[in-house]
Design a protein around this ligand. Structure first.
Ligand SMILES: Cc1cc2nc3c(=O)[nH]c(=O)nc-3n(C[C@H](O)[C@H](O)[C@H](O)COP(=O)(O)O)c2cc1C
Length: 187
């Protein structure tokens, strides 16, 4: 089973990274994992030109094409995003926008598509107490999955997370989730 863990924060050393590292390190033997942080990649803004509606391809050439190849190879995705101003971080929104060539809103029959059957697990986190912002972020991830033909399998969230030290008490639950999420077809 190939698992791609995507940190949707611009920061590769924060709480989001800690959550994904915990999941990765607890993945069962035989599972192939890769952890990437969007902040380490060059992902430009969608220009809104809709050239991809005519050509199936994006006019912006950066790390998106390689990232989409990795998504294409994965059986399961874990997308984890912190709340920045009550929404996903800008780089995460740019990523969603740049998926337009691949999504079902693209009328071009030649559009590149991800193979069906992929599962996605969503994770949201925030510093504040109320879960509303996290639910909004999970809804954005689920919305993206819907247009990408990916099965949004489960979402979870963590409130009152200021930095990575706040993840420590949640590690037992994350390790349980890794066993549950990454077990099927690991041979
Ligand atoms: C620019 C910025 C905006 C933020 N906005 C919010 C917010 O609106 N609500 C909230 O609960 N936490 C907010 N936070 C706190 C983050 O959600 C929290 O620190 C999280 O752990 C950051 O994860 P990261 O370090 O992996 O990026 C914000 C943090 C930053 C840097």
């Amino acid at each position: 089973m190939k698992i791609l863990l995507l940190n949707m924060s611009p920061k590769n050393y924060g709480a989001t990274q800690e959550i994904l590292k915990t999941l990765r390190d607890a993945a069962p033997e035989g599972a192939h994992t890769e952890l990437l942080c969007l902040g380490d990649l060059e992902i430009g803004y969608c220009k809104g030109c809709k050239a991809c509606y005519k050509t199936g391809a994006c006019v912006v050439k950066d790390d998106m094409q390689a990232l989409m190849e990795k998504l294409g190879q994965a059986d399961a995705l874990v997308l984890a995003a912190p709340s920045y101003w009550a929404d996903v971080p800008g780089v995460c929104k740019s990523f969603f926008d740049r998926c337009t060539p691949y999504g079902d809103t693209n009328p071009d029959p030649r559009r590149p598509r991800l193979e069906a059957g992929k599962k996605c697990y969503g994770i949201a986190l925030r510093t504040g107490v109320r879960p509303t912002e996290c639910e909004h972020i999970l809804a954005s991830i689920e919305h993206w999955c819907g247009h990408m033909g990916i099965d949004f399998t489960e979402g979870m969230y963590f409130c009152q997370i200021e930095d990575k030290s706040d993840i420590e008490p949640h590690k037992p639950l994350l390790r349980e989730k890794a066993a549950e999420w990454f077990t099927n077809g690991t041979e």
